[in-house]
Design a protein around this ligand. Sequence first.
Ligand code: FES
Ligand SMILES: [Fe+2]
Length: 369
Amino acid sequence: MMRDLVQVNEGSGPPTELIFGDWYPAMRTGGLRAGKTAKAMLLGVPLLVGRKNDGKVFAMRDLCPHRGIPLSAGWFDGETVTCKYHGWRFEPCSGQCREIPSLTSFETLDPTKIYAGAFPCEERDGYAWVYLPEAGTGRVMGELPPVPEVPKFSARFRSAHLMAELPCNVDHGIIGLMDPAHGPFVHQAWWWRSKASIHEKTKHFEPIEDSENNGRNAGFRMSSHAPSANSAPYKLLGVYGEPITTTIDFVLPNRRYETIRAGEKWFASLTTVTPVTASTCRIDVYSAWNVFYWVPFVTPIATFFGARFVRQDQQTMIEQAEGLRFNPGLMLIDDADKPAKWYFALKQARLKGTGEHPLQGPVTLHWRS
Ligand code: FES
Ligand SMILES: [Fe+2]
């Protein structure tokens, strides 16, 4: 759908460092029937994603360990993937080789000792989440962090998802996502807000430490607060007359969780900005809610407005990427760009393994938006 609107490979900006050792959404799984495969790319790693006959999704490195041809050039029968070149056959969840057709009784080579690259892969919220280990750490063993998921607060809910490819590196995608100051300019609309509605805001933040894991999924929370008076969708939620609480969490490597609750009613979303390559990324938004559960057309309408919102961000970043190609110096100002500064500090702490957090405690920021 939206991916057809732009050519993201054109004019990709400068690359950035990538965070391995975590879960990333590779693709939507709704169209992936048993016995089918699809190609995807995460952090510059080509993937063959598929679904076995038993329903389990898998993600293999899309390269045959024999001589490097993409496994996607071969065949999948719902149980094993067969390479097109010499017919080596692999179990796709483990990557284990099951057969090398050229072997004779004169050989002692045990095919089951050979493994194609295969990554942990789990389905959540209609995405194939793939765990990409640090390079050179071998097959993934031991306990993995939990698979990210949108929190749900009732058994019945509706959901929607949006996706947009961005021609910039993941850092620009993420700081664009958490940037409060672009709203009145990029997202102008009569039903949302205008430049004229800019006013001063005070927001409270607190650190999310994740110290048990040395800050692996550290981040920060914008604490519960009464929603922006100039945001129409929040006014709509207010029809239930309950006090509204909102939390927005950003956690490494790339996740923004938003939760809005008013009594029994809730809306939650998980937005991720995922590196496709070191210089391109993709934004995915998955939302779930039980507000207006019985009202028809809410899902298509919400999706329509959400898509418009994401498209405005996407269009802006496409224009920004044109400039970034020239490697300009950039600046981050206080307080509106403070969350972006925290993001860069958190990312460096994770890459260096220092476990340091840029927030010592609660912080209040002020900006106009
Ligand atoms: S390259 Fe795959 S079997 Fe030879
Ligand atoms: Fe935006």
